[in-house]
Design a protein around this ligand. Structure first.
Ligand code: NAI
Ligand code: MG
Length: 338
């Protein structure tokens, strides 16, 4: 297969983890070519624009992008580049897998939960945040639409069918937020009827948090609205050992951007010790998305095997003494040998 993707190395540790990730993608021989474009501070410095048009054009053209973390400068009125990208391409589904890997300090060993979070509406509407003139009253609007709820729930069910998942839990707070969360829940119930082969259940968000901490093995796929999904997906990342292993896929009808959940980690940038696995797991999800499911699984297995058997090469955040490069190289070797 021959396919070109947009590659955005990004800021801080971005170029380091991207290099290790592309090394593994090349090793697995997936036939991808890379159109490398800039965004973030590096783009601002070199091109005078945080998000150059050429970068947007490349994503639109190739429809798939692999993206390193981007630093949005604080102050100066810049909107987050990530939020801008999600809006521009209407990337309505934020898919966040949390999978257990060996050799982490995680509390559980057999977790495999995918959170599907609505990414465009809910409590995160920019225009929905207001403060009264006297500064005494702050209001924020939560707006869920039937269209937005339907497409996210349908995405979750279609993904479950494709990936052979068994169960979907719709997470809500319809008992209190009767209109916004109620609409989402009603839509989830309706859509669920179309997929009798997938077990459907519903759970109130606060109970979900407790259940995730106490009995995470009961969850398979979670689908939920924007704010709840933001919180729950980080909770799930914590269950499997934190941000170093958390990929985030942003999917729309016309484009998809795959990235690590973590940021540009300025505290360790340039030291060569960043863990490349979150971006690499995002790349594995990207291969799934491109129909190369076996190769995606191969990458995950190689990460698992490296973490279990090549402890010397694992990065310090996972308790090893390795570097970004040695970790990536060890994973690439396992991919080549598989
Ligand atoms: P961060 O995720 O960059 O760092 C938090 C902590 O986790 C730091 O101690 C860092 O060293 C560590 N860490 C993160 N990724 C790691 C990795 N791969 N290996 C080892 N350790 C890792 O979050 P922070 O400091 O809040 O944000 C820094 C910058 O990143 C900000 O400018 C922020 O806007 C941006 N950011 C960008 C995101 C994106 O592009 N998707 C997401 C989150 C933040
Ligand atoms: Mg978040």
């Amino acid at each position: 297969m021959s396919k070109t993707i947009a590659v955005i190395p990004g800021d801080g540790i971005g170029p380091e983890i991207m290099k290790a990730t592309l090394r593994v993608l090349d090793a697995i021989d997936c036939g991808l070519s890379y159109d490398v474009v800039e965004a973030g501070m590096i783009a601002l410095d070199k091109q005078g624009d945080l998000l150059p048009k050429a970068t947007l054009d490349a994503i639109a053209k190739h429809k798939v992008a692999l993206k390193g973390p981007l630093t949005t400068p604080i102050g100066g009125g810049f909107t987050s580049i990530n939020v801008t990208l999600r809006r521009h391409f209407d990337l309505y589904a934020n898919v966040r897998p949390a999978i257990s890997f060996p050799g982490t300090k995680a509390r559980y060993e057999n977790i495999d939960i995918i959170t599907v979070r609505e990414n465009t509406e809910g409590a995160y509407l920019a225009e929905g945040q207001t403060l009264s003139d006297d500064g005494e009253t702050a209001t924020s609007i939560i707006r869920n639409t039937r269209r937005g709820s339907t497409r996210i729930v349908r995405y979750a069910f279609e993904m479950a069918v494709k990936k052979g998942r068994k169960k979907i839990t719709a997470v809500h707070k319809a008992n209190i937020m009767k209109t916004s969360s109620g609409l989402f829940l009603n839509v989830a119930r309706e859509v669920a009827k179309e997929y009798p082969q997938i077990e459907f259940n519903e759970m109130i968000v606060d109970n979900t948090c407790m259940q995730l901490v106490m009995r995470p093995e009961q969850f398979d796929v979670i689908v939920t609205t924007n704010l709840f999904g933001d919180i729950i997906s980080d909770l799930c990342a914590g269950l499997v050992g934190g941000l170093g292993l958390a990929p985030g896929d942003n999917i729309g009808a016309d484009a998809a951007i795959f990235e690590a959940v973590h940021g540009s980690a300025p505290d360790i940038a340039g030291k060569g010790i960043a863990n490349p696995c979150a971006l690499l797991l995002a790349a594995a999800d990207m291969l799934d998305h491109l129909g190369m499911v076996e190769k995606g699984s191969k990458i995950r297995q190689a990460i698992r095997d490296t973490m279990e058997h090549d402890r010397a090469h694992v990065t310090p955040d996972l308790g090893g003494k390795g570097s970004t490069e040695s970790f990536g190289e060890a994973i690439a070797k396992r991919v080549l040998a598989a």
